[in-house]
Design a protein around this ligand. Structure first.
Ligand SMILES: [Zn+2]
Length: 196
């Protein structure tokens, strides 16, 4: 952590256990990934110090899928409910929570940021808070919030068009119709033309 700080590099720490996570928070980690067994005390420290929490819930939940071996599914069975507890506690404590995945995306995988957002809503975030976790908060965590994460003049035009207002229907995020990345159409599933 000291070496990274000397270079101005932020450190993310993958930690399931509370002891390791707590040590990382105290040492100055910028974010804790997973955080499955975070205690109320460590969550309090994260809130005080502004440590971000990236629960990767959907990645963990994916272990419960049938295609995985017994050991992984066993881990999922015990760890996922714990992680949900940590997320609910962190949200209530006002910890900054960002979406993130820790795994590959593939067609058979349920690992999607849109599902992570949906799960955050199920766990008590408002739709607006959950959307912020995937946009503004994620950009802040990655220290790119001076150019993306929100729609502001002069920022990169990163946009996702969905068929309904996600502030009312969070599941609309599952159905990306158009993806614009830095002003360039990256995915287009709608029949009409998009022009500037
Ligand atoms: Zn990990």
């Amino acid at each position: 952590m000291d070496e990274a700080a000397r270079r101005g590099v932020a450190v993310m720490v993958h930690a399931h256990g509370d002891e390791g996570a707590r040590a990382a928070v105290l040492a100055g980690a910028r974010s804790i990934e997973h955080g499955t067994y975070l205690s109320e005390e460590t969550i309090g420290l994260m809130q005080e110090r502004g440590t971000y929490f990236v629960p990767t819930y959907v990645t963990m939940d994916e272990m419960n899928e049938e295609q995985y071996d017994y050991v992984l599914r066993l881990r999922g069975k015990y760890m996922v409910p714990q992680l949900e507890k940590a997320i609910r506690m962190a949200h209530e404590a006002g910890v900054r929570i960002a979406t993130g995945a820790d795994n590959y995306y593939d067609p058979d995988s349920i690992n999607r940021i849109s599902i992570e957002v949906e799960q955050f809503v199920r766990m008590g975030m408002s739709n607006f808070e959950a959307l912020r976790s995937a946009t503004v908060v994620a950009a802040e965590l990655l220290q790119v919030d001076d150019r993306t994460g929100r729609l502001v003049e002069g920022y990169e035009a990163d946009m996702l068009l969905v068929p309904a207002n996600p502030l009312e229907e969070i599941t609309a995020l599952q159905d990306g119709l158009l993806v614009i990345s830095n002003g360039i159409v990256a995915v287009k599933r709608i029949p009409f033309a998009v022009t500037d």
